[in-house]
Design a protein. Structure first.
Length: 488
């Protein structure tokens, strides 16, 4: 039986699925790890902890199953510095880190040129901006560095001894020329570092045969092929089934994204739409938000004093509050924001708090605000007609009430697959295709969520006010950001 061990290296955990070419999951395992926030705007992880999690997942699944092919999906926008032996010289800086706000603003004059070359909006999430921060604050790191790599490259190097980066992860760095499929001269000129400080870019179906010693390290008894795979976002697009040009996928996890697949780049005049490579024929285009379930976890911990509350419990508790939270609005930019505003100096805002509002109203407004943020991204994606399907995946699918809220806010039908592991399924599909094996995705029960007309009307009015908040507060956000920095 043909099978692939699909490894999805996420922000909060690594998950492995052993899946057959008929879409049957034979085994799965998941290992979590922490993120540290040593200062405001900093978000770091220990790459060794993540590598250990990957190895443990492989060991656990391989202990009772034959593993011959492994493929990897991974979170985008991470960056770290390693020496020639691949040993870390820095923590892993992840997508949520926005310390490079000043450096992203310094790129304003060439912002459009960078966007046209790389297809990636300029924002502190970008590894380009993070590297510019290191250049300014820790210049010795750039001198000492043998390579600047992502967490996926670190794992691949530890397993194979080769510095490789797939086109999908590379296309999310802000340093990759989409037309040339190589490192961007415009970006590297800003950094003042040569091309060889970065890994060799390879297609997403590129494979490496592990040596006997490398296989033994993973406790694998047979010959093993490693297929490099793609980014989690691109894999989720593929795995969710949103593969037609007019399909839109909405993924809601720690962060969130609204995406479509396209044969060509979707170049937004305002530079708000990303363009990531899925394979040699397809781009995944769209926008991402920093503020999805991460905001719910923040609110649950800091306001409810319930850090372990489940997503379903959080949403269900707000059912007694009517749609619109009695006029209370929440701009959910707690972690700064990417699409559609691309402004890391933003912050969370409650608007309209009165004596009638309770903690439950705030809780309801948080969930609604995240849905409004997703709607604002959907409006930036250019499609020739209305989406034929809106396909939802990620953690939101565990909460029927939140799915209903999103449907009401968008005033559109949602299609929800019962398979929660779209990224892992997507990278398995890439691996099977790389071997010339047809993948037959298992038949899933598709849940259809229809909007409620009355609630949709309430949300339409609330959203009209929500849309004005960022522009009304933009200058205040930036002034306040300077104030916060001066108080540290």
């Amino acid at each position: 039986m043909n099978s692939v061990l699909a490894i999805d290296i996420g922000t909060t955990s690594t998950k492995g699925l052993l899946i057959t070419s008929q879409g049957v999951v034979l085994a799965s395992h998941q290992v979590a790890y922490p993120t540290s926030y040593p200062q405001p705007h900093f978000a770091e992880q220990n790459p060794q902890e993540i590598f250990d999690a990957v190895v443990y997942v492989i060991h656990t699944i391989a202990a009772h199953n034959e593993v011959t092919v492994i493929s990897f999906s991974a979170a985008m926008h991470s960056i770290m510095v390693v020496n020639q032996e691949g040993k870390p010289l820095s923590p892993l800086i992840i997508w949520a880190d926005t310390r490079s706000i000043a450096q992203s603003r310094d790129l304003e004059k060439i912002r459009q040129a960078l966007y046209e070359e790389t297809g990636t909006p300029v924002h502190p999430m970008s590894p380009l901006c993070k590297l510019l921060w290191w250049k300014e604050h820790q210049p010795n790191l750039l001198v000492q560095a043998h390579k600047f790599i992502s967490i996926k490259e670190y794992v691949i190097f530890r397993l194979t001894g080769q510095f490789l980066i797939d086109h999908s992860i590379a296309s999310a760095t802000g340093i990759f020329n989409l037309s040339m499929l190589g490192w961007s001269a415009t970006a590297l000129n800003q950094l003042g570092v040569p091309f060889d400080k970065f890994s060799d870019p390879v297609p997403t179906d590129f494979s490496v045969e592990l040596t006997t010693e490398q296989s033994a390290f993973l406790e694998l008894k047979n010959s093993v092929k490693l297929i490099i795979g793609a980014s989690d976002g691109c894999c989720a697009q593929l795995g969710s089934g949103a593969t037609q040009e007019e399909d839109i996928s909405i993924t809601v996890g720690t962060s969130g994204a609204v995406r479509k697949m396209s044969k060509t780049r979707v170049m937004d005049p305002q530079g708000r739409v990303f363009n990531y490579i899925l394979d040699q024929r397809n781009f995944v285009c769209g926008g991402a938000t920093n503020n999805a379930t991460a905001v719910i976890h923040w609110f649950a911990k800091q306001f409810l004093q319930k850090p372990s509350i489940t997503l379903t419990e959080f949403i269900d508790q707000t059912n007694q509050i009517q749609a619109g939270a009695e006029g209370l609005l929440f701009l959910p930019y707690v972690f700064g924001e990417r699409a559609p505003v691309y402004d890391a100096a933003t912050s969370g805002v409650f608007l309209g708090v009165t004596v009638q509002h309770t903690l439950l109203h705030l809780q309801k407004a948080v969930a609604e605000g995240i849905c409004f943020a997703l709607k604002s991204i959907l409006e930036t994606i250019h499609v020739s007609s209305a989406p034929s399907r809106l396909i939802v995946s990620g953690g939101i699918t565990y909460s029927p009430e939140w799915l209903q809220m999103l449907s009401d806010v968008l005033d559109k039908e949602l299609q929800v697959a019962t398979d929660h592991d779209a990224s892992a399924v997507g990278v398995a599909m890439i691996a099977f295709r790389a071997q010339g094996i047809e993948f037959q995705q298992s038949q899933q029960t598709i849940l259809r969520v229809l909007p409620n007309t009355d609630r949709a009307l309430v949300y339409e009015k609330s959203y009209a006010v929500y849309k004005t908040l960022y522009e009304s507060l933009k200058s205040t956000f930036h002034t306040h950001h300077q104030l916060m920095n001066s108080c540290r």
